[in-house]
Design a protein around this ligand. Sequence first.
Ligand code: NOJ
Ligand code: CA
Length: 713
Amino acid sequence: MKHSSFSLLAITLGRASRTVLFLGLCLLWQTTQAQSVKSPNGQLTLTFALQADGVPTYQLTYKGRPVLKTSTLGLELKTAPSLTNGFAVAGTKTATFNETWQPVWGEVKTIRNHYNELAVTLTQATSSRTMLVRFRVFDDGLGFRYEFPRQPKLDYFTIKEERTQFALAGDHKAFWLPGDYDTQEYSTVTSNLSEIRGKMKAATTPNASQTPFSATGVQTPLMLKSKDGLYINIHEAALIDYSAMHLELDDKNFVLESHLTPDAVGDKGLIQTPANSPWRTVIVSDKAGDILESKLVLNLNEPTKFKDTSWIKPVKYVGVWWEMITGKSTWSYTNQENIKLDSIDYSKVKPNGTHGANNAHVKEYIDFAAKHGFDAVLVEGWNTGWEDWFGKHKDYVFDFVTPYPDFDVVELNRYAASKNVKIIMHHETSGSVRNYERHLDSAFQFMNKYGYNAVKTGYVGDIVPLGHHHYDQWVNNHYQYVLEKAAEHKIMVNGHEAVRPTGLARTYPNLIGNEAARGTEYEAFGGNNADHTTILPFTRLIGGPMDYTPGIFQTKVSAYNPQNTSFVHSTLARQLALYVTMYSPLQMAADLPETYNKFLDAFQFIKDVAVDWDDTKVLEAEPGDYITYARKAKGQDKWFVGSTCDEQGRTSKINLSFLPVGKKYTATIYADAKNAHYEKNPQAYQIRKVSVTNKTKLSQLCAPGGGYAISIM
Ligand code: NOJ
Ligand code: CA
């Protein structure tokens, strides 16, 4: 439509009809430029349109209801004109994709990847630059990303900010964490979007490294619920060579906008074309359980690059760990302070007598693991350097190959191997990324030499070099480097304090765990809210499994360390449920063997529960209130059910129709006793056996902060 012909027409008409004509032309303009694509089942509709000034926009509806209103797309660049406006559509392409694939490990045996795609090529005439936006609409939501083809006018660029909007339809209830460039170890706040600003300060609790950035900035995965019952989850998939995305909220209009993590000089991404952004994901349903069952984030990642995955195995483990977290024993071997690793001779200094990772004690753990069928024992504090690192920003602390004098690497690995148990390596990097990379080859060779096949990494404290952030592009590239190097050595990785997962385990299945949220350790640092684990599956776990480290039966931390008055905000029965509700192919029984020995009947569930699954069903779910899952063990005719609830308690009503027709099973139900309570009476539980079929209906009490676990075999 040419402007001149429009004005000519307009002056010949009266005012009212002019308005009508103008609106009509706008509509016409919109519809000629707009293009829609539906999900395979037709319930989701994505519409792309260019605004008058060449601003790309999209919107999303679910069963005709708005999920995202008109939301703008684009990026601002540092020293070049922005990629936010002045675009024309050079072409669009649609496609359909439908496949099934089998994860190396997972919640289900087979995953369906079925979507309709719309790829829009945009050109900016003024700058001769081209950018694509690729949308994939699945039955469970939307994924889209920017693609930057190789081209003379866009060869290298620096991102100043990504300007991707998610314009919500109202003041939804949000399950949010303060936006932060360095940590996700916060308690989730549940509030309306409009209340975030007022609650931000109190929500930003202290952490060893933290960089909150605004009064309305929040993290992903962000879980939302609209007043009319739509569940919406916003996150990202396939975060590679890019900085992690936060969301900045305009709390007047309920528009979220991408906010990338800056690097040490404030840049938000150094890009060389051809390149893609990560996928921006919006999972949506009117059933909460669908959000938990969504495989959209995994589907947006590439198939695995590994030809041989036989060395990747789910792991159930115990560890020399909780005793240090509670303060019963120490990571360090001496009480020396102010030491330099290259000038201390550990064989000459006096041991403190509280060092957890000593030969005799590690052997006790190995014996316990072997006796009860665990795959591995994590040992932290085995290596020199723990005396002097925390908060010091030292470049060089750990060399990752030198054990303390009382930890015999050769003998302990021999002993473990003789009992068919592995020792899990621990690499606390103290945030010194440069130092870790310097030592990575020798550290992994050391692991190969002594028989370790899994490493728990950690990035406590500020990133060194200082100025970088845990979630910036450069540091994300470090995690990726470690993951790929580990794969070369056939080593599985469980990264703590690293960037939140975005489904990369599909491509790199040796990433068997991550922390990236407030784990059980915080129960010894003041506590997690009683509803914490009814939220995490809707938030953090959308990106991938979490090494939550459940299984604490002695919920009073003072039993191990009289100085520590923290307590676990959960009943004992709920600790069992977490093995089912907090999906991970890596599960720890985190409490001390001496405690498990006192509760062997309840411990039986942890021994029995699977860590890899053929099938998963969400039986009941409401974020912040309760979650009940049933899962079928991989390759076995065994089912496990787990249910957790918030501080209110409730009666869970489920039916076992997921069981095969006509078969009888014995269900062992591990449940809260009537008078159980996460604070007042956490250890009150009952175990009962009942015979069940797929017709069985079950009504089961969950105490405040409680839950139940069932094995069906
Ligand atoms: C924090 C980790 O989350 C925890 O599991 C570990 O024990 C400590 N860092 C020490 O590395
Ligand atoms: Ca941590």
